[in-house]
Design a binder for this molecule. Structure first.
Ligand code: FES
Length: 688
């Protein structure tokens, strides 16, 4: 009988609930847990376990140390005579600590995993029978698992399935060179943890003793920190957080690495501590958290398995994740954010009659800088006469896609130079990515992306990012992408958006609005885009709007949305270049604070050189002043829109004649618009 748990309002124990609480998903998980955590195995799981040649087991030895182990046998060695019972016609591999934890009444965790189909299901139970030929468990909990991060592998037998004798057994108290090498190339591991029973027995009633879980990623996803410690990223999974929940209550853990080529096992026990954040994690693609494992002891069982596996393919989810080496390289390049770095143009693609994409790869040996979808890159190119041209361009791709793609309209001096003079193999220079026009892919509120003309570029980045993150997290933020163009031949990314629309699996609605109907794709609307048309395209909902396009278009749309009652906070707009927007703040508008008066004279110290000079209003902005003193601070728009010139102010005060579209962070100034302020700005120090 397939019985959902019914004994608790919340089927998760205190440790799991603490994690859910921390991540703000407690309410959601109660309902989900009640639906999918069962007290008996569904028929499908019973048959699945019966066809497996191996299963993972999590146990706890007599000293309370968890271990992750493998049980092996010809398919059929596991039998499910009913929904509440599993019979294992095999014994632990000789030398495996599972033998110690296998006793009548012992609570064990099991994971059935089929690498060639990426199916996996878990089951927990307690031992009800044990003899020389095997053991049986009564099922306490049964949970289906997702296929994420499982690399495709095909298995073969290399000897009799009953021959489980390792060809060598070595006790370890630390990670020797061989163990470290296996861990460094591993793309898969298994972790066993155990939540202790609460004094009132509540956690026993949830039916789980030890748990065993799978973790996968790209080789290099486990970082060796020293000969007793390694760090493992935690990617988005099923949100149950059974492993991390157990660790909240009991830091002891066991970790198993399988050498799929040799059949060696490396099984370790020790403690694990959850790492909830930090710069190291931020730079790791896909890592939400991590756990750091400290080895206390372990075993290497050589050629213990009569099975071998041939690698077939990467899990599509694993390919969206990084490695620690990449994370370190990204952190390194973050330090170069204010440096003009060379990028080689690796490919040029025409996206429309006037928009051309330039694919870039770093030409200085450093990594691609991390960025958020929607951010832009300040670019500079040198003309044949040696003149430096500056401009800022949006990165038109998702951060997890590798490389950098700038999609540029032939318009103005810099863009025309790029179109006409820069070819594949050429080099341009860029500062680190920046920009505050970004999107949160994790929100559930529908996002309406409206891009007109070349204003489609950030929308392409947003849509690619939201769809990719939706695939990674198995829940996609609903999107309406409205592309406005004058004509079909001026509409960029037509095929790409169509493909993305299909990949989004219903979560994205693509609408095309063209002023001229010739060659328009099926379903395109006749422009211009009006508010009445917008109302027909969008269902009634609490949307968040993202706008990018020519200034007049943006302002009219913004004003119209505000008149319809859409809050200012729900309208995001790309604000660099001439497309700056005049906003009407929500609520009773506070009277704008008048800018502080400028100083009549100030001493400006440049921190890096230690030089100081006298500034007076005739010197203009601090950018002009610094340039006049022979310095070359980075800049792009010179109008307070792009953030390229943001510089740390370590002493004194500055003021701006007008509020800037870019909001400098605390302790930062926008050199292109700032001047020393009266009453505190007479002595200022800039990190230049
Ligand atoms: S150069 Fe763009 S904000 Fe200063």
């Amino acid at each position: 009988m397939d019985t959902p748990i019914a004994r608790h309002d919340n089927p998760f124990h205190a440790g799991e609930q603490a994690v859910h609480e921390r991540l703000g998903i407690r309410e959601r998980m109660v309902g989900l847990g009640q639906r999918v955590i069962r007290t008996a195995m569904p028929e499908q799981h019973q048959r699945f376990f019966e066809q497996l040649p191996f299963m993972l087991a999590g146990s706890v030895d007599g000293d309370g140390r968890p271990w992750a182990s493998v049980l092996v046998g010809q398919p059929g060695f596991v039998q499910a005579p009913g929904a509440k019972r599993l019979d294992f016609h095999t014994r632990p591999i000789p030398g495996d600590p599972l033998a110690d934890g296998l006793a009548p009444g012992a609570q064990l965790g099991f994971l059935g995993i089929e690498l060639h189909t990426r199916r996996r299901n878990r089951v927990n139970g307690h031992v009800v029978a044990l003899d020389a030929g095997g053991f049986s468990i009564e099922v306490d909990q049964s949970v289906g698992n997702c296929p994420q991060y499982i690399q495709g592998r095909e298995f073969t037998w290399v000897r009799d399935a009953a021959d489980l004798q390792p060809r060598g057994t070595e006790a370890l108290t630390a990670l020797d060179a061989e163990a470290q090498a296996l861990i460094q190339r591993a793309d898969t591991l298994f972790i066993a943890t155990q939540a202790p029973a609460a004094a009132d027995g509540a956690d026993v009633a949830t039916g789980r003793g030890a748990d065993v879980s799978h973790r996968g990623g790209r080789p290099g996803f486990v970082k060796i920190e020293d000969d007793r410690t390694f760090l493992v990223p935690d990617f988005t999974g099923n949100f149950f957080f059974m492993t991390l929940g157990n660790l909240q209550l009991n830091p002891r853990a066991g970790v198993l690495f399988i050498d799929f080529d040799t059949g060696d096992l490396l099984t370790l026990t020790g403690t694990a501590e959850v790492v909830w954040g930090g710069d190291e994690l931020k730079a790791f693609d896909g890592a939400e958290r991590a756990w750091r494992f400290r080895v206390q002891s372990g075993w290497r069982l050589r050629e213990a398995l009569p099975l071998r596996w041939a690698f077939r393919d990467w899990s599509p989810h694993s390919t969206l994740t990084g490695t620690w080496a990449e994370a370190e390289a990204r952190r390194e390049v973050q330090r170069l954010a204010q440096t003009w770095r060379p990028y080689r143009v690796t490919r040029i693609v025409d996206e429309s009659r006037v928009i051309r994409s330039f694919h870039l790869a770093p030409a200085d040996g450093h990594a691609v800088p991390p960025f958020q979808a929607g951010q832009h890159l300040p670019v500079r190119v040198k003309t044949a006469t040696g003149e430096l041209l500056h401009r800022t361009y949006t990165i038109s791709q998702a951060p997890s896609e590798g490389g950098l793609r700038l999609s540029i309209k032939r318009e103005g001096v810099t863009s025309s130079h790029l179109h006409d003079q820069v070819h594949a193999g050429g080099v341009i220079e860029a500062l680190g990515p920046r920009g505050q026009f970004t999107i949160d892919a994790a929100l559930r509120r529908p996002a309406v992306l409206i891009g007109a003309g070349v204003g489609i570029t950030p929308m392409v980045a947003f849509a690619r990012h939201v769809v990719t993150e939706g695939f990674r997290n198995r829940r996609t933020r609903p999107l309406h992408l409205i592309q406005v163009a004058r004509s079909e031949d001026l509409r960029a990314f037509g095929a790409e958006l169509q493909t993305l629309n299909q990949r989004a699996n219903g979560a994205m609605k693509l609408h095309v609005v063209l002023d001229e109907g010739e060659g328009a794709p099926e379903g395109a609307r006749q422009g211009p885009l009006t508010l009445d048309m917008l109302k027909t395209l969008l269902p009634f909902d609490d949307h968040e709007f993202f706008l990018c396009g020519p200034p007049g278009f943006m302002q009219a749309l913004y004003d119209g949305l505000r008149d319809l009652g859409v809050r200012d906070a729900r309208i995001q707009a790309e604000a660099f270049g001439p497309s700056s927007l005049k906003r009407r703040p929500d609520g009773a508008a506070a009277a704008p604070t008048p800018p502080a008066p400028a100083a009549n004279q100030a001493t400006v110290t440049f921190l890096r050189s230690g030089d100081a000079a006298e500034w007076t209003p005739e010197h203009g902005t601090l950018l002009e002043f610094a340039e006049g003193k022979g310095l070359n601070p980075p800049f792009s728009c010179r109008a307070g829109h792009c953030g390229s010139c943001a510089t740390r102010l370590t002493a004194g005060r500055v003021t701006y004649a007008e509020p800037t579209a870019w909001r400098p962070a605390d302790g930062e100034v926008l050199l292109c618009c700032a001047v020393p302020a009266a009453g505190g700005g007479e002595r200022i120090t800039l990190d230049l």
